[in-house]
Design a protein around this ligand. Sequence first.
Ligand code: SIN
Ligand code: FE2
Length: 214
Amino acid sequence: MDDLFAPLTTPRRESLAEGAVLLRARALPFETILLAALDAVIAASPFRHMVTPGGYRMSVAMTNCGAAGWVSDRSGYRYDPIDPVTGRPWPAMPDGFLTLARAAADEGGYTDFRPDACLINRYEPGARLSLHQDRNERDFGHPIVSVSLGLPATFQFGGLKRTGPVRKFRVLHGDIVVWGGSARLRYHGVAALKDGNHETMGRQRINLTFRVAR
Ligand code: SIN
Ligand code: FE2
């Protein structure tokens, strides 16, 4: 029986590199909780297209929750406790977000993960995120936990230099990628989102990345 079905099953856990793992479908049991919490966050701090220090409007729309939020504007990239659009603190990190992020970090080998920031990215068809390192956080000793929702995307995972080989992984609704340790500063990005319609999320992909910012 096992032999018959083995080729049809996807592995639950895939290694991307030393210190980096893809946990397939790990967020699915949290789907209802995540989507309700997400609606509440977006109602308080809506998605917006930030501008890069170079003056380009990002194709990915962003918002945040938690004690600190990632922002970009003409003066640079930083974490800020205040949402510059509302002038108020970012919405608190929902309990369900925290529980899932901590469990995923544990399963990736990173115990006692206490994220204080969750960057929420919304990709509509055509939106992309070019290769970058997550390096605005104060302490790279903490991992990054990245939850994919909605349309499938191509997650690009490279090395410690911008140039050099990049591996590609198709990330689906409910998948979680965790990277830390020697993989913490690996370049990564998301290829232009292909159009489609996801049964619960519609024509978009939403990604939650949990970080210890401060
Ligand atoms: C990010 O690097 O902040 C987001 C990655 C993703 O959307 O999968
Ligand atoms: Fe990133």
